[in-house]
Design a protein. Structure first.
Length: 565
C-alpha cells in the first residue's frame, strides 16, 4: 500500500514538473514542448490611427464624424501640422513619439535584450496588429456642448530642442504643442531622467477662449490582446490590464473578461493608477509629481476596441479653467522591468504587478530572502544555492522524520518481500500481514510522504519567484552558465540532476512490486529529458535540494544501519 502511494506521488510530482516546464517555454515565447495547445486566434488588422470609431468609455479610439457628443474625438478645425516621428535616445530608452497626439508608439529598453540577445526588448510599438502597444493621452469634454478638445489624434508640433541625452546630462525634455481645439490648447512635455524608467509627463491645458472650460485628462494604454497560450492548469503569469486604488486595491482586468463585458473597473477615486502587465515588464500611468495632481478625482475605464485591441485608461477631472488660465497636471509613465523593490517606491501597490500566482503569500517573502542573499553574495546563482540551504535548514526536522520513516521501511523491506512472495496468491491475507508487520516494527507507511507533501507549496512558490523575477533574465552564475533563465547550453546541470536523482532512488526503500521498482528507476531518467530544457536557475535549485537531501538521508540511513540494504 505504501509503495502504491509513493508511486502515485512520484507520478503527480513528475506530471507537475512537465506542466511547469511547458509553461516556462510558453512564457518565454516558445512553443509548448510537451503539451502543445491550440494557437491563439488570428488577430484582425488593427485600425490605423484616425480611422476607427469612438469608444463607449468616452476615450477617443480613432475617427469621428463632424459634430459629436461629450468625450468624442474633436473635428479638425485647424490646418494639420506636418506629422513627425520624433526619435529620443537616453541611457535607458530608444523611443519614438508621434507628433499626432504626442503618442509614444515605440519604446526599446536598452538595458534588456530579447532571449536570443540579437536585439533589445521592445515594449511599445505601432507595427503589426499582433504587436501594437502604445501610450496615449488627451483631453475630453465632460459637458455635452458639442465642443471637442485636443486628444491623441490631434496634430501637434514638436518643440525644438535636443532629442538625445548627452553624457553628463541628467534630464531630457521633449515637448509637443497643439493648436487650439474647442477653445483649449494642449501642451505635453516628456521628461526623461537618467537611470530612471519613470518618464515624467507634464500636461499644460491653456484656455484660449473667452469662456471657462471644464475638461478631463485621460491617460491610456492600448495593447493587443494576444497572450501566451496556457495549459489546462493555467499556470502562466498574468498578461493584461490592471488597476489599483487604495480602497479596492489591486485589480487584474483580464482581456477575455473585458471582451465578454464582465469587467468592473474600480469605482472613481482620488488615488490609484492603471497598468498593462506582461511577463517581466510593465507600463503604468500614474498621477505623480505634486499633491494637486496626485489628488485629482479619477475614473478607471477599460474597452474592447475590436480587432483584438484593448485599452485601459485613467480619466482625471480637472478644475474649471478660467479664460486665459493654464492648468498644469503632472503625471508619470513607467515603462520598464518588474523590479519589486523599485516598484514599491514608485507608487502604492505597483509591486503587485509582479505575478506570483496563487502562492503569492509565500513567494513574496521567499523573493525578499533571495534578494537579501543576492545583496550579500552578489550573484543570483549562488543566492539560489544559499536560499535552498536555508530552506533545507528550516525543514530539517520535518525532513529528518520523513527520511527516518523511509529508512525504517528500507530496513524491513526484505521481510516485506519475503511475505509478499509467500502470500502472493492470498491478497487479503497479504494485506493483513503487511499491516501487522508495520504495527510490530512501528513503521508508518505514510511517514515518508506527509512531511514532503506539506513542503510542496513552498517549492511551487519558489518556482514562481524564479519564473517571474526579471533579475534572472541573462543573469550569470559560473563559467558556462551565463543566463539562469535559459537552459544549460552544455547540458551539464541536467546530467548532474539526473545522477543525483538516481542516487536518491538507490537510498530509498525498494518497492516490493518489481514493476514499481523499475518505475522508480525509470522516472529520473524520463525527467532528465525535461531537465535538458529547464532554465538553469531551476535546475540549479533542484540539484542543490537533491544534494542536501542525499546528505541528510545518507546520514540517517547510516545511523539506522540500513545503508546499502
Amino acid at each position: 500500500m505504501n509503495d502504491i502511494r509513493r508511486t502515485i506521488l512520484w507520478v503527480i510530482f513528475g506530471f507537475s514538473l512537465v506542466l511547469l516546464w511547458d509553461q516556462w517555454q510558453v512564457f518565454n515565447g516558445n512553443k509548448p514542448t510537451f503539451l502543445p495547445s491550440s494557437k491563439p486566434a488570428a488577430v484582425a488588422a488593427a485600425p490605423a490611427a484616425g480611422t476607427a470609431g469612438t469608444g463607449s468609455n468616452g476615450v477617443p479610439t480613432a475617427s469621428a464624424a463632424a459634430g459629436g457628443s461629450a468625450g468624442a474625438v474633436p473635428t479638425q478645425t485647424t490646418p494639420a501640422a506636418p506629422r513627425e516621428q520624433v526619435s529620443v535616445t537616453t541611457d535607458l530608452f530608444k523611443a519614438t513619439i508621434d507628433s499626432e497626439g504626442g503618442t509614444v508608439n515605440h519604446l526599446e529598453l536598452l538595458k534588456y535584450d530579447e532571449a536570443d540577445r540579437t536585439k533589445h526588448v521592445v515594449l511599445f510599438e505601432n507595427g503589426s496588429p499582433a504587436t501594437r502597444y502604445v501610450a496615449q493621452t488627451g483631453l475630453l469634454n465632460p459637458v455635452d456642448s458639442g465642443d471637442r478638445f485636443p486628444n491623441h489624434l490631434t496634430p501637434m508640433t514638436a518643440k525644438a530642442g535636443p532629442r538625445e541625452m548627452a553624457n553628463g546630462q541628467n534630464t531630457l525634455e521633449v515637448g509637443f504643442e497643439s493648436a487650439p481645439v474647442g477653445g483649449l490648447k494642449y501642451v505635453k512635455t516628456y521628461v526623461f531622467h537618467r537611470g530612471d524608467y519613470t518618464i515624467g509627463v507634464r500636461h499644460e491645458v491653456v484656455n484660449v477662449s473667452d469662456q471657462p472650460r471644464d475638461a478631463q485628462l485621460y491617460m491610456q494604454l492600448l495593447r493587443h490582446g494576444t497572450v501566451a497560450a496556457g495549459t489546462m492548469f493555467g499556470t502562466n503569469t498574468f498578461t493584461g490590464p490592471a488597476a489599483y486604488t487604495n480602497e479596492k486595491k489591486f485589480h487584474k482586468l483580464d482581456f477575455k473578461d473585458i471582451a465578454k463585458g464582465k469587467i468592473e473597473p474600480p469605482p472613481p477615486a482620488n488615488d490609484g493608477w492603471v497598468a498593462m502587465v506582461q511577463h517581466y515588464f510593465v507600463s503604468a500611468w500614474l498621477l505623480k509629481g505634486d499633491p494637486a495632481s496626485e489628488q485629482l478625482r479619477r475614473e478607471f475605464r477599460v474597452k474592447d476596441l475590436g480587432d483584438n485591441l484593448f485599452t485601459v485608461a485613467m480619466v482625471a477631472t480637472l478644475p474649471k479653467i478660467a479664460p486665459g488660465a493654464t492648468q498644469v497636471v503632472n503625471s508619470a509613465l513607467f515603462a520598464g522591468p518588474e523590479e519589486e523593490k523599485k516598484l514599491e517606491a514608485i507608487a502604492p501597490g505597483l509591486d503587485l504587478v509582479k505575478d506570483y500566482g496563487i502562492f503569492a503569500i509565500i513567494s513574496k517573502p521567499l523573493y525578499w530572502l533571495l534578494n537579501q542573499l543576492h545583496g550579500i553574495i552578489g550573484n543570483w546563482g549562488w543566492a539560489i544555492v544559499a536560499l535552498v540551504v536555508l530552506l533545507k535548514a528550516a525543514f530539517y526536522w520535518l525532513n529528518a522524520k520523513a527520511y527516518a520513516s523511509m529508512a525504517k521501511m528500507k530496513a524491513i523491506n526484505p521481510k516485506i518481500m519475503e511475505m509478499r512472495e509467500r502470500l502472493k496468491d492470498k491478497p487479503q491475507e497479504m494485506q493483513q500481514e503487511m499491516m501487522r508487520i508495520y504495527k510490530t516494527e512501528k513503521v508508518n507507511p505514510m511517514g515518508g510522504c506527509f512531511p514532503i507533501v506539506i513542503q510542496i507549496p513552498v517549492f511551487i512558490a519558489l518556482y514562481w519567484v524564479l519564473l517571474s523575477s526579471v533579475e534572472m533574465r541573462h543573469a550569470p552564475w559560473i563559467l558556462w552558465i551565463t543566463d539562469l533563465s535559459a537552459p544549460d547550453p552544455w547540458y551539464i546541470l541536467p546530467v548532474v540532476m539526473t545522477a543525483t536523482s538516481l542516487f536518491q532512488t538507490w537510498l530509498n526503500p525498494t518497492p516490493p512490486d518489481p514493476m514499481q521498482a523499475k518505475l522508480m528507476w525509470i522516472m529520473p531518467l524520463a525527467f532528465s529529458v525535461m531537465f535538458i530544457f529547464f532554465p538553469a536557475g531551476l535546475v540549479l535549485y533542484w540539484i542543490t535540494n537533491n544534494v542536501l537531501s542525499i546528505a541528510q538521508q545518507w546520514f540517517i540511513n547510516k545511523r539506522l544501519g540500513v545503508l546499502g540494504k
